[in-house]
Design a protein around this ligand. Structure first.
Ligand code: 5GP
Length: 139
């Protein structure tokens, strides 16, 4: 995988405001926060998108995410927050090293704004679910 800003942060070549670190995970403040306390959580394992992450690295992230969310809630005083994880440029990924955003939502203006163009399940829903279930078993 090509070097990214985040691999440079992991190696210490670029500084960050560190929030948490263990063998597999690093967490630090986002340099351009959508709201105060906007925190990033990244695996140390180099992976471009979430689907490329090993089970071990994914488990390590999953273990600490709730704890980091509690820390963000406690320190910002925000009960509302979003956890966001973008994959590929079309889905707004700008840094091509897996990362989770924890974004406090203090009010309507700050934090994450979401466009949610809901559709409805079509007649092929059962077939779609069956195919996805089959793919998940083989993934
Ligand atoms: P993405 O759009 O890829 O999901 O989000 C990347 C995030 O990384 C953005 O919110 C951006 O502000 C943050 N970011 C980019 N470069 C740096 C950096 O050098 N340091 C820190 N702390 N955050 C960064």
């Amino acid at each position: 995988m090509a070097e990214t800003i985040f691999s440079k942060i992991i190696s210490g070549a670029i500084p960050c405001h560190r929030v948490y670190e263990d063998e597999h995970v690093l967490s630090f403040l986002d340099i351009a926060p959508l709201a105060p306390g906007h925190t990033l959580v990244i695996p140390k394992e180099p992976a471009r998108t979430l689907d490329e992450l090993s089970d071990e690295a994914a488990a390590a992230i999953g273990r600490v995410l709730p704890r980091l969310c509690r820390a963000v809630k406690r320190v910002t005083g925000c009960a509302a927050y979003n956890v966001l994880q973008n994959n590929e440029a079309l889905a707004h990924q700008a840094v091509f090293h897996v990362h989770f955003h924890i974004i406090p939502k203090p009010d309507e203006q700050r934090g994450l704004g979401v466009r949610w163009p809901s559709g409805s399940l079509g007649a092929n829903a059962a077939e779609l679910a069956r195919r996805l279930a089959e793919a998940a078993r083989g993934a």
